[in-house]
Ligand binder design. Sequence first.
Ligand code: AMP
Ligand code: MN
Ligand code: MN
Ligand code: MN
Length: 290
Amino acid sequence: MQNISHTPLNADLHSHSIFSDGTLTPEQLAERAKKNGVQVWALTDHDEISGQIRAIDAALSKGLQYLTGVEISVTFAQETVHIVGLGFDHLNSDILNGLEKTRSGRDLRAQEMSDSLAAVGIKGAYQGALQYVGNPRLISRTHFARFLVETKVCSDTHEVFRRFLTEGKPGYVPHRWASLGEAVNWINNAGGIAVIAHPGRYKFTANEEFALFSEFKTHGGQGVEVVTGSHTINQYDKYAELALEFDLVASRGSDFHGPGESRLDLGDLPPLPKSLTPVWQALEHKVMQP
Ligand code: AMP
Ligand code: MN
Ligand code: MN
Ligand code: MN
C-alpha cells in the first residue's frame, strides 16, 4: 500500500454530462458535486467541449473551483485509449477543430452498429439510441446500451458490454479515433495538461502499456489518472508507481455518468497517494475561482 493520507482538496476531474453520454446537465452536476463536498471540479465530456461554458458558470456560481476538461478518444496500438485534457483554453480553435474532426465519424459508426445489431435480430437500435442522445453530434455506445436495457434485451449496461458492442460481439464497429500525438498536441497547444485516463482499463500487454506511457511522454503528455472509478485499490498503487517512474503528475476523478450509472459518485474517492504531485497543483494558475 502507498502512504495514503488526507489531501486538502477534494478534486473530481473526470465526469460526463448530457453534452456526451452522461444523464445530468452541467448545472445538475455542479449542484451534486457541491453537495458531495467537491472543491475542484472538471466536466470532461467525450470529444466535446461545448458544455464548458455552462459548466464554468454553474461551478463558479455554486462556489466550486473549476478546471476546463475533455476526454479525447484516441486509437493506440489498435485499442481505444482515452486522454483527459485539463486546464486548457476552451475557446482555442485548434482543439475545437480537432475535436470536431474526431466526432465526425460517430454518426456513420452508429448506423453501422445498428446494422450489426439488426443482423442478430435487434431492430431499430439507431433510432432507439437516438432517444437518449442529448447532443446529436455525440452518439456513443452508452446510448445504445441504454436502449438495450430499456427494451429488456439486457438487464443492465454491464451485461450489454459483455454481450454486445465490444470487440467480437454484435454491434461492435471498429473505429479510428485521433492519434495519441494529435490529442496531446491539441491539449498542450491550448495551454492545458494531458492525462492518460484510467490506464488500468486497457487490455494492453506490459510492453504495450510501457509504449503508451513512453510515447505519451515523448508527445509532451504530463499526467496520469491514478485514483479513478475504473481502478481497483491495487491499481491505485500500480499507477502511483508508474506516475513516479515516468515523472507524471497525478489526477483523480470518479468518471461519473449519472445516478445509478457509475460505480462512484462525484467526489466520492480516496485521496491521491501523498508521494504524487496532483495535477491541480501543476495547474494552479488555471484553476478558475468562484
Ligand atoms: P464510445 O465512445 O461510443 O466508444 O463509448 C464509450 C463509452 O461506453 C465509455 O465512455 C463508457 O461510458 C461506456 N462503456 C464502455 N465500456 C463499458 C463497460 N464495459 N461498461 C459500462 N460502460 C462502458
Ligand atoms: Mn462515457
Ligand atoms: Mn473513458
Ligand atoms: Mn469518462
